[in-house]
Design a protein around this ligand. Sequence first.
Ligand SMILES: [Zn+2]
Length: 437
Amino acid sequence: MHLHIGLDDTDSTHGGCTTYIAARLVEQLLDVDAHFIDYPNIIRLNPNIPYKTRGNAAVALRLEIPSAMYDSVMHIVLSEIEKEGRIGDENADPAAVFLKGDPTRSVRELARRALCELVPLTDAIGIIMESHAESASYGTSIGLVGALAAIGHTLDEDHTFELVAYRRRENCGSRRVVEEQSVKRMNNLTQPFTFNNYDEKNRRVLITPHGPDPVLLGIRGETAEVVREAFDMLKIHEPVERWVVFRTNHATDAHLEAAKGKGVKANAPVVVDGLVDGRPERTIGGHVFFPIHTGQGRFTCAAYEPTGRLRDIIMQLVPGDQVAVYGGTPGRYGLTVNLEKLEILNLTSCVTNQNPPCPRCGKRLKSAGRGKGFKCSRCSLVARDQKRTHILEPRKLTPGVYLPELKAYRHLTKPLSRHNLERKWDGKPPLEKWHSP
Ligand SMILES: [Zn+2]
């Protein structure tokens, strides 16, 4: 039978990582001859939920097992959560859901909602009961939403792969030592089929995180093969405890796709178009704000300092420019849209009006009052027949899609390099090497 296992919320601020538990489970489940019908999935859900870590990641393991093996698989998973799941840590509410058979329409629907809404726990519990799934949860049980959503998000459409390598426990908390030159070389040899490896502008390695968690590095790419080849190109100066290739919705804009047509709501991703409704302003901290007028009303859009050059693009917008904004409303500051992507649809013509020069001395004329023409402040000439001139200012911007700098990307942000590389899933089980021996 098919068995789908969803895991969520085993992370906390003290380290720990849902994908690490998944990686350990892969080995234990293969040991008892469970057959994986898909790579383990990392599913990123609505990134605008206040009580979640920034990543909001859940994991799904999809197995084919003899029915008689169900109890032992469940036992393996629950023992692992109890061992590694940070039970009792603040903000860690680990949960697991076990669904026999393939996800039903209501499970898939909940998964779609969890990308762009704050789904109530009671909705998840209702669907778990209706689907005859089994579950285990700790703390507030809110992890059940993500665990069930991971099962329902089967990544049939666009998806990417991530090879995640883990560190030994004794090294957690120390600096990750991966040779920068080897990352640059790997990046040059494998892009655009891998992405977000290295930030050339800021000379920053992006594959290594910085927290106390057990993740050593993650390489993102279009296929399982390319991320594995890229991994082999790295020079790593600490032992790799284990590695697994995950299939994910990273870098697919899945949250924005799900938000299309839903307008601006609190704690949700946002895709909305409108007209720039005032001059953009830059604050002392370097953040840039501008208002847009949409069919739903007027909203403030924010591009914070880490978005880098995106702010310079925004500063050139003028009232009347037509834009689509993509982002999210974390909810702390009302319905401010934090920008993740800007699309310039149409630039308005920017006209400035100028008084004519004095025909006698050349100085720019002043208005003599409404309907009274102009007068010269230098030679006192009064000129009634002169006309103001309209100057069409050239726009330096061009319509198109603009993204923040790499360091400001969310896990779900689709980089420009992925446009036109989107692919559907062929549904085949993983055959090649996709985990450490
Ligand atoms: Zn004059």
